[in-house]
Design a protein around this ligand. Sequence first.
Ligand code: UDP
Ligand code: MG
Length: 329
Amino acid sequence: MSQESKRETEQETERAQGKRQLLSVVVSVYNEEQALDDFYRETGAVLKELSWDYELIFVNDGSADQSLSILDRLAADDPQVKVISFSRNFGHEAAMIAGLDYSRGDGVVCMDADLQHPPECLRDITKALSEGYQVINMVRTKNQDAGLIKNLTSAGFYWLINAISDVHFEPNASDFFAVDRQVAQVLKESYRERVRFLRGYVQNVGFKKTSLFYEARPRVAGQSKYSLKKLLAFSINTILCFSNMPLKLGIYAGMFSALLGVAVMVYTLFTRAGAPSGYATIVVLICFMFAMLFVIVGIIGEYIAILFTELKDRPVYIVAETRNVKKEQ
Ligand code: UDP
Ligand code: MG
């Protein structure tokens, strides 16, 4: 038995006796070749100081660059680095879910690979976990990378989703959060929807909760992997997943047009508008009604699309290969 695996077995025995605790850090990686080495160095330094044992679970979300070979190298040098590599790009959410699935820790932290989530926060996170908090929301106070437009649209999105859904979303909550073993288990077992928003579930599972604040740093290297199109699709999906309000639009729109119809009827009766002079009214009404109808049909279509995706029950992610991951996990 090598020195390292001996040490690992010793730590495992101590953990079984409740003397030590394990922190699983889940990192989603998509084309992050420029950021990975810095991330590993900085985060590793912080993790080594902690009184907790740790495992760094990198989930390679189908990167097309050298990310996987960098992760291979890190995993070969450090047994605490685990790698799960997807067969293609499945998205950030799927990567976080895979990380949760493979994690074994008493606490699980999800963070980005671009160092926008400062590794120093891990100290406060383990402190809060040790104090018995089960869900730790990391709230962003400032995002140095985001421009005015991104900040405004993000604020608008949270306002809308909070107004129309019955669950509450913390504005500025990010994909940086920590949960304990029990909550991780709940997330793993009960939230396996195909169209999903992990951040939303984390905030709404209940349990003993706290928020910690952090200042998002600029991306260490590379570019944001979220295009405006991806963000828009993501926002629409979230609204549809967490709210039935859009479906009710049909009822409201129907009531509105009924009122409008009564008004037009009263107007016609009083002015005794003859057949030729009603042309404009008819055109306007037809255009308006059809526009409304198509919007509502479109909304229903979106919900059916989600039902269809759920029904097909395709896997959330497909793992192609792993490193340093034991079989039974
Ligand atoms: N990411 C991923 N799959 C994707 C897109 C992004 O795993 O399809 C990862 C990415 O590598 C990063 C994190 O998700 O670690 C957040 O992405 P990014 O920094 O591009 O988003 P932003 O911080 O700009 O919102
Ligand atoms: Mg980022």
